[in-house]
Design a protein around this ligand. Structure first.
Ligand SMILES: Cc1cc2nc3c(=O)[nH]c(=O)nc-3n(C[C@H](O)[C@H](O)[C@H](O)COP(=O)(O)OP(=O)(O)OC[C@H]3O[C@@H](n4cnc5c(N)ncnc54)[C@H](O)[C@@H]3O)c2cc1C
Length: 44
């Protein structure tokens, strides 16, 4: 069976919000986030 995969480009507000939302909606989904700066958003 193939696993659903979400690729997020950008790890600031929008990217991490999208990744968090996807994790809540689909706990089994594979989520890969790429951030070019090396620092992701730290705010809630
Ligand atoms: C000077 C300034 C002041 C601001 N002040 C406020 C404020 O006081 N309050 C407020 O609410 N908003 C403020 N904003 C707006 C706020 O910063 C943006 O609305 C918010 O950061 C947008 O988030 P985002 O995740 O959509 O995009 P961004 O913050 O632009 O994040 C995009 C991310 O993608 C990464 N990225 C880009 N290309 C690639 C790539 N090819 N591969 C991997 N990663 C990549 C970048 O490194 C970046 O981390 C301000 C903006 C500016 C410019």
């Amino acid at each position: 069976m193939t696993r659903e995969r979400l690729i997020v480009i950008g790890g600031n507000g929008a990217g991490m919000s999208a990744a968090s939302r996807a994790r809540k909606l689909k706990p089994d989904m594979e989520i890969l986030a790429f951030e070019k700066s090396g620092y992701i958003s730290y705010a809630g």
